[in-house]
Design a protein around this ligand. Structure first.
Ligand code: C2E
Ligand code: MG
Ligand code: MG
Ligand code: MG
Length: 275
């Protein structure tokens, strides 16, 4: 009897300890339902040329409105989808939806020059990922050079399958952007070997760029590195005209942020979004 009572206590204790894991499991299961019930949609945010503000590309961002819990940010559910493997199916849906949308804009004559799709570490390292990208581009009739695959430094830090995928994507003609640049692992070493064309400088450096300080120094250094290597630096999270002017002065020619346009549904074409 004692053993049984102990076992019961042990189970309760474990259940309390694993409260976070329960929430993870619940969210993971709800992601499965969400995929089946089509609860996801994509929004698109303009990436503009400085100083004109002309839209040169858009970034697609996934959105999830849960029927009971409302808006759940991608920063919350993408990591869960990565851990339970659903990112592979969700990521395929995202890629296909973004490519179809781009093809649609193209037919309407309103397509921006390029479009970016975020790809997570697990997706990138998944066998067959590059073949899937090639198949979706062929199926939607989108030219590979129009697609920018956004990956984080951390995703390619370990080398291996993810790095091979980056090389193969480049051979396909797809452009690679390093996202949240400066916040992940390693950074500069990657630029020696990875066929990256675009550095997306993280918004944490952009936020305080108008004030003398560490962030401004880093924002300045990163644009020098990018320009010196013949890469394109994109300043992320630009929220004010002052930041945009300062970034231009520092040498940035591409920017993205609420100042230029919020992520918006595709019904609003990129041209309308930046007007
Ligand atoms: P990210 O790829 O770095 O995307 C930029 C994030 O900054 C987006 O957040 C965007 O809404 C936000 N943002 C844009 N302009 C501003 C600004 O001026 N100020 C501020 N404070 N924020 C701004 P979001 O949409 O919540 O996405 C967060 C992250 O979730 C993304 O960061 C990306 O890592 C991930 N994510 C989003 N969509 C996808 C997707 O389709 N697939 C994958 N694998 N990850 C995604
Ligand atoms: Mg991104
Ligand atoms: Mg980013
Ligand atoms: Mg980010």
């Amino acid at each position: 009897y004692a053993a049984k009572a102990d076992g019961g206590r042990h189970r309760r204790y474990t259940a309390d300890l694993d409260a976070g894991t329960d929430e993870e499991a619940r969210l993971g299961a709800e992601l499965r339902t969400a995929l089946d019930q089509r609860e996801f949609h994509l929004v698109y945010q303009p990436i503009v040329e400085l100083p004109t503000g002309r839209c040169v590309a858009v970034e697609s961002l996934v959105r999830w409105w849960h029927p009971d819990r409302g808006y759940i940010p991608p920063d919350v559910f993408i990591p869960v989808a990565e851990r339970n493997g659903l990112i592979v199916e969700l990521g395929e849906w995202i890629l296909r939806t973004a490519c179809r949308q781009y093809a649609d804009w193209w037919r309407q004559g309103v397509a921006p020059y390029r479009f970016g799709v975020n790809v997570s570490a697990r997706q990138l390292a998944e066998p067959g990922f590059v073949s899937l990208v090639a198949a979706i581009l062929a199926e939607t009739g989108v030219h590979p050079a129009r697609l920018i695959v956004e990956v984080t430094e951390t995703a390619v830090f370990g080398g291996g399958a993810a790095v091979r995928a980056v090389h193969e994507l480049t051979e396909l003609g797809v452009e690679i952007a390093l996202d949240d640049f400066g916040t992940g692992h390693s950074s500069l070493g990657l630029l020696q070997t990875l066929p990256v064309r675009i550095l997306k400088v993280d918004k944490s450096f952009v936020e305080n760029v108008t004030m003398a300080g560490r962030h401004a120094v880093i924002a300045t250094s990163l644009v020098h590195v990018a320009n010196g290597l013949g890469l394109v630096a994109v300043a992320e999270g630009v929220e004010t005209a002052e930041q945009a002017a300062e970034l231009y002065r520092l040498g940035y020619r591409r920017a993205q942020g609420y100042h230029f346009g919020r992520p918006a549904m595709a019904q609003i074409t990129p041209e309308t979004a930046t007007a």
